[in-house]
Design a protein around this ligand. Structure first.
Ligand code: NAD
Length: 479
């Protein structure tokens, strides 16, 4: 585990010489010291990225050359899967199989963008003009220096969603991981060096939001900001970026609905409801935290849902068969428990709602289900970001769509019905960027990811993720 930040191809001590605790949420003990970067380190990192972009080989290399390096990074990550996953269990709390899945996915993201980098070679689009004597074409170029700020729920995976496409495009960058889960992201420096990434192309500065994140958003030499995190921070970043007209993409929070029609087999509905909200401790931006069930199926689905939720094994992420680990931190734990107290006043608690017996030393919360939640309840409207689901019956398709869309967020949405025409109709009526039919949460590197409304703008993953880091230039010739 690294104790220094990564600037210009080398691990260096932060200017402050200070560090902060990495805490294992399963028992609230400190397991590592993370370097505490600040505005001076950010300045050094951005200047290194700027030099690498303006003078270095990376943006001038062919896509195929960059692809070789990205592919190697993917291979090196894959080779370290077990070690990185175990660190993420300690840092974030998630169960080991999910952590392994995340790291495998992270390697896959690097491999995917290696392929897309190759596709950039020779890519130019002829632009037909309405006037004779001129020809025009559009070419793509890297946007410049990117600043990436990420959250704590999928530590290395969230880094890869920004680092891999930015590097594929030919950008140079500074990554600021979450102060709650910085440890695996710092390993990317060593991986980049082993893969032969030129110095300064990727810089990693760990630290707190106001001390390291804010200076990155303010830095005049940054061309593009890519942020994943909460709505208030996203709003602040957008306001700061406005001063210098930096390009911004924002992946923010959600309060995603899952609509279950009565023709869905009860077991299938329950399986996806459970996965949709309790996977990764419910600390998932697209978690289907609002469930709408057609009234004729409401009782049967609720009964099975409660029975199955009580069977979920809660415990340390390294223990066999555990499906729900601790929440990421003491403050997140307190926050979710506060929401549950609010929920008890606003709706009917039908399962969970407390700290599991015997696990009081860690940040554990039982899978929690609220039924008959009123539309104006704050647990129905606000993101809780924990293993808490709100359920409500509906009578008609129109009512389900209205309730699903009655939110300031628009990240995910899901619908379950054996009538695929109806499911498709509802899917199209959702005001959300990611829609699942007869499932919830499966995420594919190839498909666009991002939100409507206050869930942000811009799309990550797939070719859309690459476009975030590309400029389009027209070259017009008078023949
Ligand atoms: P957060 O906004 O508190 O922090 C996110 C990052 O921003 C951290 O690295 C933090 O240090 C940094 N930051 C904080 N203040 C800053 C400032 N003033 N300037 C610059 N950077 C600053 O969010 P979080 O608690 O880490 O993550 C949870 C949130 O992220 C939830 O709302 C969740 O829905 C969202 N999220 C969204 C997606 C998505 O793809 N849409 C994915 C994961 C998480």
């Amino acid at each position: 585990m690294k104790t220094q930040i990564f600037i210009d191809g080398a691990y260096v001590a932060p200017t402050s010489g200070a560090s902060f605790d990495a805490v294992d949420p399963s028992n609230n003990t400190v397991f590592h010291q993370v370097p505490r970067g600040d505005a001076t380190d950010i300045d050094k990192a951005v200047k290194a990225a700027r030099r690498a972009f303006d003078e270095g080989p990376w943006p001038r290399m062919s896509g195929t050359e960059r692809a070789a390096c990205l592919r190697k990074m993917g291979d090196l990550i894959a080779a370290r899967t077990d070690a990185l996953a175990r660190v993420e269990v300690m840092d974030n709390g998630k169960p080991l199989p999910e952590a392994v899945w995340d790291i495998e996915d992270t390697a896959g993201v690097f491999h995917f963008y290696a392929d897309l980098a190759e596709g950039l070679d020779g890519h130019e689009q002829k632009v037909p003009l309405g006037m004779e004597g001129f020809t025009s074409k559009a070419v793509k170029e890297p946007i410049g220096v990117a600043g990436a700020i990420i959250p704590w729920n999928f530590p290395l995976l969230m880094a890869s969603w920004k680092v891999a496409p930015a590097l594929a495009a030919g950008c140079c960058m500074v990554l600021k991981p979450s102060e709650l889960t910085s440890v695996t992201a710092l390993e990317l420096g060593e991986i980049a060096n082993e893969a032969g990434l030129p110095p300064g192309v990727l810089n990693i500065v760990t630290g707190f939001g106001p001390e390291a994140g804010q200076p990155l958003t303010e830095h005049p030499l940054v061309d593009k900001l890519a942020f994943t995190g909460s709505v208030p921070t996203g709003s602040r970043i957008m306001a700061t970026a406005a001063r210098d007209i930096k390009a911004v993409s924002l992946e923010l929070g959600g309060k995603s609905p899952l609509v279950v029609f009565a023709d869905t087999p009860v077991e299938e509905a329950v399986e996806w409801i459970l996965f949709g909200i309790f996977w990764n401790q419910g600390e998932v931006c697209s978690a289907t935290s609002r469930v709408l069930i057609e009234d004729s199926a409401y009782e049967a689905v609720m009964e099975r849902l409660v029975t199955e939720a009580r069977k979920i094994k809660i415990g340390h992420g390294l223990d066999e068969g555990v499906l729900l680990g601790p929440l990421v931190s003491k403050s997140q734990h307190d926050k979710v428990l506060d929401w549950i107290e609010t929920g008890k006043r606003e709706a009917r608690l039908v399962s969970g709602g407390g700290i599991p017996t015997g696990l009081e030393d860690g940040c554990y919360v039982e899978p929690t289900i609220f039924a008959d939640v009123p539309e104006d309840a704050t647990i129905w409207t606000e993101e809780i970001f924990g293993p808490v689901v709100c359920v409500k019956p509906f009578k008609t398709e129109e009512e389900a769509i209205r309730l699903a869309n009655d939110t300031r967020f628009g990240l995910g949405a899901a619908v379950m019905s054996k009538d695929l025409e109806r499911a498709e109709r509802v899917a199209r009526a959702f005001r959300a960027g990611i829609v699942w039919i007869n499932c919830s949460q499966p995420t594919f590197t190839e498909a666009p990811w991002g939100g409507y409304k206050q869930s942000g703008f811009g799309r990550e993953l797939g070719e859309w993720g690459l476009n975030n880091y590309l400029e389009t230039k027209q070259i017009t010739t008078w023949d």
